[in-house]
Design a protein around this ligand. Structure first.
Ligand code: PMP
Ligand code: GLU
Length: 395
């Protein structure tokens, strides 16, 4: 039988983060000693109090289809979380629980974009943004930033990227992959531009909210003129180490929330029952219950910055949040080793995989071809070993 994938899927890129993780797994199965620093996944166990809530939910026979937009008491817990952590008031009709923040983002694109609508993506951006936008027949418009501006988009850059077709702005703060955190002043200056364009919807991906070493987290929805057109995206994968339990959520204008619920009703139905019950416990807990993970990430950041800083040719910013470093490695371009020339960041990441047995992700997948992403969601021992191998392979 001839194989005819749809144009939609043929034209879509494979997720580079997941592809690199799969490649590392494959090489490991072949017996290679690969250190995986490609996937943004906390290496902690899920805290016991959350696991207990899940066990109780199983014993209480939570088994049926769940409400498409999430259990009412989970939405209440989300609403209280938004009030407590972000000073945002979202009612039940503005909250939708999904199978991961990835689905939340996909929903929003499908619900609010028409073919040809432009979406501004400050680059580097999280790997899936541009393909999600394209799947919804939107047009990603990348705004390049560099290490010199700490990978943050300025108000002038935003203004210059806006056209009559601009429908949305998507960004993450703390940012995956750069770790940059937009300050209140920086968000205010972006909002200053957006206030002149009330038709632009803002998608604020705050999934790394708690993994922030810089101080307070600011939600753009809290800035004057932004609330009515901002979708605040969050989830439990990062702060609670619950990646495989697949729960994300949005707080949004009611019309967007309604659209997302309608879409989910035809695609996945409500998210997993047991995971939702566990997330109530996660969100109701004070931040002090997860502080040990954040402290550990911060220690690892210091270690990684120090060790990578000793490698000649690595240009680093100081990431203020998330658990990635995004070094500019463009000084290596054009260099040849054993007949293989490193022409770009993808070649560089491949070189590290083959000659250092360390998996990273090319910056090209995040819209920045001069960098690679290294996740430090790994033990100190693995990080030390990985960086020593990288150093040896590059010397
Ligand atoms: N946004 C960003 C910035 C991310 O790094 C991730 C990574 N998982 C997601 C969204 C999706 O998270 P989830 O596991 O909730 O789908
Ligand atoms: N968000 C994580 C990352 O960027 C997990 C992988 C994914 O969902 O793509 O690596």
């Amino acid at each position: 039988m001839s194989v005819h994938l749809s144009d939609r899927i043929t034209n879509m890129s494979t997720s580079a983060t997941l592809a690199m993780a799969a490649k590392a797994r494959e090489l490991r199965n072949e017996g290679k000693d690969i250190i995986g620093l490609s996937l943004g996944e906390p290496d902690f166990n899920i805290p016991d109090f959350i696991k207990e809530a899940a066990k109780e939910a199983i014993d209480q026979n939570y088994r049926s289809y769940t409400p498409v937009d999430g259990y009412a008491d989970l939405k209440k817990a989300i609403s209280l979380k938004f009030e407590r952590d972000n000073g945002l008031t979202y009612g039940a009709n503005q909250i939708v629980v999904s199978t991961g923040a990835k689905q939340s983002l996909f929903n929003v694109a499908m619900v609010a974009l028409n073919p040809g609508d432009e979406v501004i993506l400050p680059a580097p951006y999280w790997v899936s943004y541009s393909d999600i936008v394209k799947l919804a027949e939107g047009v990603p418009v990348e705004v390049s930033t560099s290490i010199e501006t700490d990978f943050k988009m300025t108000a002038a850059q935003l203004e210059a990227a806006i056209t009559p077709k601009t429908k949305m702005l998507w960004f993450s703060s703390p940012c995956n992959p750069s770790g940059s955190v937009y300050s209140a002043e920086e968000l205010e200056s972006l909002a200053g531009v957006l206030r002149k364009h009330p038709e632009i919807i803002v998608v604020s991906d705050e999934i790394y909210e708690h993994i922030n070493f810089a101080g307070g987290h600011v939600s753009i929805a809290n800035i004057e003129g932004m609330y009515d057109r901002t979708v605040t995206v969050n989830g439990v994968s990062k702060a609670f180490a619950m990646t495989g339990w697949r729960i994300g959520y949005i707080g949004a204008p009611e019309w967007i929330a309604k659209g997302c619920t309608k879409l989910q009703g035809q695609v996945t139905s409500g998210a997993n029952a047991i995971a939702q019950r566990a997330v109530i416990a996660a969100l109701e807990a004070p931040k002090s219950k997860i502080q040990y993970m954040i402290d550990e990430f911060q220690q690892r950041r210091e270690l990684v910055l120090q060790l990578l800083g000793e490698i000649e040719g690595f240009k680093l910013n100081v990431p203020e949040g998330a658990f990635y470093v995004f070094p500019d490695i463009s000084t290596f371009f054009g260099k040849t080793f054993r007949g293989v020339t490193i022409n770009n960041a993808s070649d560089f990441a491949l070189y590290l995989l083959e000659h250092a047995n360390v998996a990273t992700v090319t910056g090209e997948a995040f819209g920045n071809p001069d960098c690679i992403r290294i996740s430090y969601a790994a033990s100190e021992e693995s990080l030390k070993e990985a960086i020593s191998r990288i150093s040896a392979a590059l010397s």
